[in-house]
Design a binder for this molecule. Structure first.
Ligand SMILES: [Zn+2]
Length: 196
């Protein structure tokens, strides 16, 4: 089955993914950890959570990669030849074609995709849109809070001065931390208020 666990920035999606992986591994179940290459915050293959957990992805997907081929290569390469679970971090960066491949593969595998629903302008990421269309199980990862204490639902891009940025490319990742992403409630996202 294909699962999509979506959540706002700061909702500990990656921590939940890494805990799920740990729990499965404790039971002796083989897991393949996958991430799209576009997220370079913590090195190319590191899956990193703000809560401090991290692991190395076994498959780093480029946009043109076939997920099926990459997972078959992983199975041939090493002892993962009988993995039953596939966990995908930052799944919003999957291409729609990759999501279609995952949906087809999920007839025989448990595939959990963790990622954002929308970008800083509230538009779907192409990968998230495809996951909403095709995933058989869709759940929200709770826990993201706005500074006002209300539930955060909106992803927000802010600059060094803590000001809300409303214009720009959909994907902009700055490893020098000149821009950051936070979760805001709808009201404060709409008003562009990133703090009290
Ligand atoms: Zn708020």
């Amino acid at each position: 089955m294909l699962h999509f666990y979506y959540g706002v920035m700061g909702s500990s999606k990656t921590a939940q993914l890494l805990m799920q992986r740990y729990n499965l591994q404790q039971l002796g179940i083989k897991v393949a950890l996958v991430k799209p290459a576009i997220d370079t915050r913590a090195g190319v293959d590191v899956v990193f959570s703000r809560a401090g957990l991290e692991a190395n992805a076994e498959v780093v997907l480029q946009p043109h990669h076939s997920v099926r081929e990459q997972l078959m290569w992983l199975a041939v390469q090493n002892a993962h030849n009988d993995f039953q679970f596939v966990l995908v971090d930052e799944a919003q960066f999957l291409s729609p074609d990759q999501v279609i491949e995952l949906a087809d593969m999920a007839e025989n595998l448990e595939i959990f995709c963790y990622g954002l629903k929308t970008d800083f302008q509230s538009n779907f990421f192409p990968g998230s849109s495809a996951l909403f269309r095709l995933a058989e199980d869709i759940q929200e990862v709770p826990g993201g809070l706005c500074w006002c204490g209300k539930k955060a639902t909106m992803n927000t891009r802010i600059n060094e001065q803590g000001q809300v940025i409303k214009e720009g490319e959909q994907v902009l990742i700055d490893n020098q931390q000149k821009i950051r992403y936070i979760g805001l409630c709808y009201q404060h996202w709409r008003q562009g208020k990133a703090h009290a």
